[in-house]
Design a protein around this ligand. Structure first.
Ligand code: SF4
Length: 349
């Protein structure tokens, strides 16, 4: 059974509009802001954890200040294990909430609290609870791109790096599985594992825009390129991939495959890390427009784009944008999130 998407419940800002509103600085002013941020991080015993999709300036700053740049699973692990008393999460809201779920004793700040995720927005807790109530005999597996209340209802949280392995493991035990919220990833997991799931039908507005026919044209122009695809993309795009994987797995593929050129179907914010980890190689954006459609995100998440140096400095100066989660739901969300970390560490429970 499929749960229909309720895409009318949220607005999606266009990335170009978000970027047009960001302040533009001279190189000298930018360096001043960066120096101030570094000073505040030090004085406040704070560490910057950034997602691969945010502005390269923020990723570079995290690298240079002993912070971390990674996917949501590793961001959560790093923040939990790092001794800093304040974690600054440059990403989207569920990532800040995940840090707080795991480390309630620490202060968690975000450059902006307006950075949402379409997967989170498409899966409101009340609707999700009603959906789960219809399937009481199912083990509930949710993607990390969900709010705290949805994680609290789940038995397991997963990221794209471990989703296939965890569902396969549950399937081997004969468990019936309810999956939420990403429809493309859910279908991909089913295909790879052979485990049928009851699926919610949300989507990532960035990956959902990748276009198969335009990708085929691009592949013909670059026959020597390997195609790397995130599994939140449509099935027809996934079917054309040389490698399907999480952001970290995509970067690893760029490092280890013999190709010199890659067509990449994920948020283009990842190119900063890919170029750093696989220097000298060429990376090309997979097409997100054409076939009668105009892109809105154009391969860059509008909510990730909201994170910038100015907002980061403001938060460090003012202490604003602290993340709080209700303690009663945090404890339930902690159980399912901790199972994710345990599974990722041990590949068994
Ligand atoms: S890229 Fe997609 S999955 Fe990631 S935060 Fe943006 S909308 Fe959510």
């Amino acid at each position: 059974m499929l749960k229909k998407p309720n895409t009318l419940q949220y607005d999606v800002p266009a990335t170009a509009m978000i970027e047009a509103e960001l302040p533009v600085h001279s190189e000298e002013r930018k360096q001043q802001i960066i120096q101030q941020i570094k000073q505040h991080l030090k004085e406040q015993n704070a560490v910057l954890v950034a997602h691969y999709y945010v502005n390269p300036d923020l990723q570079k700053l995290a690298d240079e200040t002993g912070g971390y740049v990674s996917d949501s699973l590793d961001m959560a692990r790093f923040g939990k294990e790092h001794p800093a008393q304040t974690i600054i999460v440059a990403g989207v809201r569920f990532m800040g909430e995940t840090a707080k779920i795991l480390t309630p004793e620490k202060r968690v700040l975000m450059p902006t609290l307006e950075a949402e995720c379409s997967l989170d927005l498409s899966c409101p807790a009340d609707d999700f609870n009603a959906f789960c109530d219809q399937h009481p005999d199912h083990t509930i597996v949710v993607y990390s791109n969900t709010g705290t209340a949805v994680k609290a209802r789940a038995d397991y949280v997963v990221t794209s790096s471990i989703a296939v392995d965890l569902v396969r493991w549950l399937g081997e035990q004969g468990k019936k599985i309810l999956w939420a919220p990403d429809r493309h990833l859910g279908r991909y997991i089913e295909k790879i594992t052979g485990v049928e799931m009851v699926r919610w039908q949300g989507e990532c507005i960035v990956h959902d825009e990748f276009k198969a026919r335009s990708l085929k044209d691009l592949m013909q122009q670059h026959p020597d390129a390997a195609v790397l695809v995130h599994p939140e993309s449509p099935a027809e795009v996934i079917a054309m991939a040389d490698t399907v994987g999480s952001t970290t797995q995509i970067i690893k593929a760029a490092q280890t495959l013999p190709h010199e050129k890659f067509i990449v179907a994920t948020d283009k914010g990842i190119f900063y890390k890919m170029k750093q980890m696989a220097p000298g190689k060429t990376f090309i954006e997979a097409p997100s427009h054409g076939e009668g459609a105009v892109c809105k995100s154009c391969a860059h998440c509008p909510w990730m784009a909201m994170n910038d140096l100015d907002k980061l400095l403001h938060v460090l100066k003012t202490g604003k944008n602290e993340i709080f989660v209700d303690e009663s739901i945090r404890l339930d969300a902690l159980k399912s999130t901790q199972r994710m970390l345990d599974f990722a560490s041990n590949q068994c429970l």
